[in-house]
Ligand binder design. Structure first.
Ligand code: ADP
Ligand code: ZN
Ligand code: ZN
Length: 743
């Protein structure tokens, strides 16, 4: 036989890798394959290290294409980093969709989707779960160990081996003890294979589901063979989590993976422990409190199918799910699902896109659904599942509005409020005083001349902190000592106006000596674990919690019988069209904290505007009635969800420079609007941002809206290359936000 040529060698010009590089340029870059490699289609989705200008970057191969013979010879890539693609199939397609939808460079979208170590080119880590057991030597030595943490751990492990998640739950800080014992070979670490572990193979038997819960679970199960969006609309405590758990259990029983997205503040150890105790498989948590290494391990575990259940915050929506069966978005209305910088994605919306591409159901749960989701339910795009009552024996709280006009207030608190607190404490209950403003007081004012302390770099007053001794800007972080005398008139009549959580704490401590008062806000608790530890220590004895919206959800507080809400009035008159929705959601969520168990709860709402329509509707008809009324107003005013928006934002030290860019962008956009859309697509601006100056930058914005998403995107797609190329663009910091939430 004559020798044949190599059948794998392609006859045309050699192929190149077209790489998505994490730079703010919306195009791919061609590279010759790295030394020793040939460009193959199977490389799409693999990471590659490439030279870029004077730097080396990690990009992702987006295409393999024949080399353009007319173009100059591309540089060779430095190294292929993956043997198999990190992004493939559904995830690859969904991320490509996201890049088109956000009009962002694909390379930046890939980078956003990866945990830091993978983004920087490190190999996919070992993703096994690990457990610990006592060795034979450990068994023998146990009796002779000195009292202390190592002995406590050894005793725990002598009953049965435990996986590391279970150890985190059972015995925080166990790692040091494990290391000490490990050095003496008394304990050993071994890998698990996604198999149920000791703590998990005794799932607590589920309750008998209520009627609404049953119907909801049945609806999810009936939809499990394809894409479906289901809105689970149920008050706090109505048993939504129970519905998730049953739907996930079914998903696991069919050998599928489940992903649960939760707001940052909702991912408490209690929630995780509940999932772990019930599901019988390791439950992976993914949130900002983890190390980069842990995040990369979870990503790898999801990619390999080792992670069967992941409960995580916003960025978990990027996890690969090769065996997906169900996506859940808990508290789907929560603002933390929207990323406010970089790639401005909305995790709930992207979860819907992924569920559709994966062909699995997505369950959106909330006590206060977003108007977007309610609208989708009404239009028949989502199934609307309702849980109308609290589960088990818990009763709904009663709500009392306290009209504080002309009432003497102390730190903003009325005599009625103090009285109610005193009664709740006497009855053995706990109290939450909710005020969405941290610090001592929002303003420092000179009573002689009217001077007030303003931030020098922002258009905002500085907040008084530390009992009046320090000023701090909540927008740029600037700090300075509070002056002793007025800088303008020299007078000594400086007064802290209004009350933040610090001042309320002070007033409550003075009024209720001997009663524990715990303040929870971003000033008192930087880290979530700190908040957990504080709340755990607070316990169930009578006491008072003072806090901001950090306390609106999360950690279960079964002995909370009174929730007092103060200082909501400014939210009633905000210019942001979403303010009523946000305020109503916050009020309902905080109120839902009262009386979760046998004890009935009371919610006290202090206001100067007891007749305000928002409060009236909320009180008489609940969140559903409010949302209905609000949707009508949004439709009349032409706001989302009835229109679709995109926002260009620009920042510069000179306002004229920022405006010059947006004006040029506006002209570019106007020239790009297809004739058919010209009458319905609206462009507004440039206008000053809600806070026109922040951290020394002047901020302006340009808003585009259209009744139809396609119109919006057609114009953006047509105009953006020219907008990027504008000479004015190089003089400003600018960004595009599709579906902006803060206008
Ligand atoms: P949500 O997620 O809607 O706030 P949960 O699922 O956390 O509600 O349920 C609230 C409380 O009621 C929890 O303590 C839960 O254990 C309990 N619960 C849930 N479903 C039932 C049920 N069918 N019967 C009795 N108790 C239930
Ligand atoms: Zn003065
Ligand atoms: Zn500032």
């Amino acid at each position: 036989m004559p020798p044949t040529s190599d059948p794998t060698a392609s006859p045309g010009p050699p192929a190149v890798w077209r790489v998505a590089v994490p730079v703010p340029l919306a195009r791919l870059f061609d590279y010759l394959p790295a030394p020793g490699e040939q460009a193959r289609d199977a490389h799409v989705g693999c990471r590659v290290r490439v030279p870029f200008g004077s730097r080396e970057l990690v990009g992702v191969i987006a295409q393999v294409a024949p080399r353009d013979p007319d173009a100059p010879e591309p540089k060779p890539a430095l190294a292929l980093l993956d043997g198999a693609p990190l992004f493939a199939g559904e995830l690859l397609e969904s991320l490509q969709w996201l890049a088109r939808y956000t009009h962002a460079p694909l390379g930046e979208v890939f980078a956003t989707a990866l945990p830091a170590p993978l983004r920087h080119g490190e190999p996919l880590p070992d993703s096994r779960s690990w457990a610990w057991r006592l060795t034979e030597a450990g068994q023998t030595a146990l009796a002779g160990l000195r009292a202390g943490k190592p002995r406590a751990l050894a005793t725990l492990l002598s009953r049965n081996p435990l996986d590391e998640d279970a150890l985190d739950d059972a015995s925080p800080g166990w790692r040091a003890a494990a290391r000490a014992l490990g050095k003496r070979a008394l304990v050993e670490r071994y890998p698990l294979h996604a198999a149920p572990t000791a703590h998990a193979d005794t799932p607590i038997s589920p309750f008998t589901l209520g009627e609404g819960q049953r119907a909801a679970v049945d609806a999810v199960l009936a939809a499990r063979d394809g894409f479906a969006a289901l809105l689970l609309d149920g008050v706090t405590g109505s048993g939504k989590t129970e519905v998730y758990l049953q739907a996930i259990a079914d998903c696991l029983a069919r050998g599928k993976q489940a992903l649960v997205l939760v707001p940052e503040i909702g991912l408490t150890p209690q929630t995780l422990a509940r999932f772990r105790a019930r599901l019988g498989v390791p439950v992976h948590a993914l949130h900002s409190g983890l190390s980069d290494g842990e995040r990369a391990r979870t990503w790898a575990a999801a990619a390999r199918g080792d992670a069967r259940v992941v409960v995580g915050t916003r960025s978990s929506v990027f996890l690969p799910l090769p065996e997906a069966g169900l996506l859940v978005v808990d508290e789907e209305h929560d603002g933390s699902f929207k990323q406010l910088d970089g790639i401005r994605y909305h995790a709930r919306d992207f979860a819907l896109v992924r569920a559709k591409a994966l062909g699995v159901p997505v369950l959106l749960g909330s006590a206060t659904p977003s108007l977007e989701s309610l609208r989708n339910a009404q239009a028949g795009r989502y199934a609307h599942l309702r849980l109308r009552e609290r589960a088990g024996v818990a009763l709904p709280p009663s709500v009392r509005v306290v009209d504080v006009r002309k009432r003497p207030l102390e730190a903003g608190l009325s005599p009625e409020l103090f009285e109610a607190v005193s009664q709740a404490l006497a009855a053995g209950g706990q109290v939450l005083v909710f005020k969405n403003r941290r610090g001592y007081a929002p303003v420092l004012l000179c009573h002689d001349c009217g001077w007030s302390a303003q931030c020098q770099r922002c258009d905002a007053p500085m907040t008084v902190h530390a009992g009046g001794h320090r000023l701090q800007c909540h927008h740029c972080g600037a700090r300075r000592p509070a002056p002793n005398a007025c800088p303008d008139c020299g007078g000594l009549a400086l007064q802290s106006q209004g009350a933040g959580t610090e001042r309320i704490e002070e007033a409550l401590l003075a009024r209720f000596p001997g009663v524990p008062v715990l303040r929870i806000d971003r000033g008192s608790t930087q880290r979530r674990d700190a908040m957990e530890a504080m709340l755990a220590k607070f316990g169930r004895e009578p006491g008072i919690l003072v806090g901001t919206q950090m306390l609106a959800k999360g950690h279960d507080l079964p002995n909370l019988t009174l929730v007092a809400v103060v200082g909501i009035d400014e939210g009633l008159f905000s210019a942001d069209f979403r303010a009523p929705e946000k305020l109503a959601q916050l009020l309902v969520q905080v109120a839902g904290r009262a009386g979760r168990a046998e004890k009935a709860g009371l919610v006290l709402l202090q206001t100067h505007h007891p007749e305000h329509p928002l409060l009236a509707t909320l009180l008489s008809g609940g969140y559903g009635a409010f949302a209905q009324a609000e949707l009508v107003q949004r439709e009349d005013a032409g706001f989302p969800p009835f229109t679709h928006m995109a926002m260009f934002r620009a920042e510069a030290t000179e306002v004229t420079v920022a405006n010059a860019f947006l004006l040029a962008a506006r002209r570019t956009l106007e020239a790009a609007v297809p004739a058919a859309d010209a009458s319905t697509l609206e462009i507004n601006g440039p206008l000053p941002a809600p806070m026109p100056r922040r951290a020394g930058y002047q901020r302006t914005q340009l808003l585009i809206s259209a009744p139809d998403r396609r119109q919006l995107h057609a114009t953006l797609t047509a105009a953006l290359p020219a907008v990027h190329a504008l000479p004015e663009a190089r003089k400003v910091r600018w960004s595009l936000d599709v579906d902006p939430v803060d206008l």
